[in-house]
Design a protein around this ligand. Structure first.
Ligand code: PHE
Length: 358
């Protein structure tokens, strides 16, 4: 190598010790660049006497290969080190819970249904749910509302297009079809509640085409009206959190209950402000009654052996009363500001709701 004037040992050492990609690139230019030491030595071969040119050329080629290998090794060593550095610096633990930018809220309808389930659950009611798309039989006929019955008109039913056989499915107009489905499927004694959606073609400040109801049904050998009253008075007082809340049963009519009663709760309206509780005025909140013997028969239950009571309540209505929500339509506008105001925190435990990164 002395013949070409090129010495590779020092260069190889420098490449192996290069401490950054930038330092390595500088070395590369110094050795292999256009004016690099190896490039110049190669170019200088031609000026050597022929007897030394051959061996000097071979030596330079070997040196060039060694240097190229050293550069490749150094580059991969440096990129591995850079990756390790980055992983050490990025202290992210993917097993930690996600840090939410904005915490969510439980919708008042969901909260209200949860509260209702908790109260009726304490009384031994089981929760069942059923289809939104119903057959006429479950929504009307089996509930003692035959085709010519005027109650059908009052229900403003959404019908689906007729099927091949001419019958039409419908969106259930109340949760009562689940009374029928449950009685046909299970043997009494029964004690169920049915929270869920109902649909009627109606839309104004107090009606929405989609709304929620909670249905209740109790069937047993000796169920009587006193139990209906006790159960609903207990519910109203627990739900509104008032031990002395006045509750009134007013005679009414439903085709599927006999006798039927509407339930009112006490309130006052002083200076335009509605207050639930003692106050001499009344607000209707639910419909109820003793299950009509014909409904029991329609479900294969002998009315001489079994009787029961049922009730149905609008979830939006009681949610509005309990939480002072003035307009029904706001429930479904998906306005985050509204939800932030009227919604509920899922779990008010900061360390659980917020991840440790926030
Ligand atoms: N289904 C009735 C309605 O939607 C409410 C009700 C249910 C009344 C059960 C009596 C018994 O208005």
């Amino acid at each position: 190598m002395a013949e070409s004037g090129f010495e590779s040992a020092e260069i190889l050492g420098a490449i192996r010790e290069a401490s950054s990609a930038e330092a390595l690139e500088e070395l590369r230019i110094k050795v292999l660049g256009r004016r690099g030491s190896l490039t110049l030595a190669m170019k200088g071969l031609g000026a050597l006497p022929p007897e030394t040119r051959k061996s000097a050329g071979a030596a330079l080629n070997t040196a060039r290969e060694e240097i190229a290998t050293a550069f490749a090794e150094a580059a991969s060593r440096l990129s591995r080190a850079a990756l390790e550095q980055r992983l050490l610096a990025e202290k992210r633990d993917p097993s930690l819970p996600v840090a939410f930018a904005e915490e969510g809220r439980i919708h008042p309808i969901t909260e209200t249904i949860d509260e209702m389930i908790a109260i009726f659950g304490e009384m031994g009611f089981a929760v069942v749910e059923g289809p939104h798309i119903e057959e006429d039989f479950y929504n009307f006929t089996a509930l003692n509302i035959p085709p010519e019955h005027p109650a059908r008109q009052e229900h403003d039913t959404f019908y689906l297009p007729p099927r091949g056989d001419g019958t039409r499915l419908l969106l259930r107009t109340h949760t009562s079809p689940m009374q029928i489905r449950t009685m046909l499927k299970e043997k009494p004694p029964l004690r169920i509640i049915v929270p869920g959606r109902a649909f009627r073609c109606d839309h104004d400040a107090t009606h929405s085409p989609m709304f929620h109801q909670i249905e209740g049904l109790v069937i047993d050998r000796q169920t009587h009206m006193g139990q209906l009253k006790g159960c609903l008075v207990e519910f109203c007082r627990a739900f509104f959190g008032l031990d002395d809340l006045p509750v009134r049963f007013r005679p009414s009519y439903f085709p599927f209950t006999e006798p039927s009663a509407e339930v009112d709760i006490g309130c006052s309206r002083q200076g335009g402000e509605l207050k639930i509780g003692k106050g001499g005025e009344w607000l209707e909140i639910l419909g109820s009654g003793m299950v009509h013997p014909r409904v029991l028969q329609n479900c294969g239950i002998d009315p001489a052996l079994y009787q029961g009571f049922a009730f149905g309540m609008g979830v939006e209505r009681v949610a509005m009363l309990k939480y002072g929500i003035p307009d029904l339509r706001a429930f479904y506008e998906c306005d985050w500001r509204w939800l932030k105001h009227y919604g509920f925190l899922p779990l008010d435990i900061p360390s659980l709701v917020r991840g440790p990164l926030s």
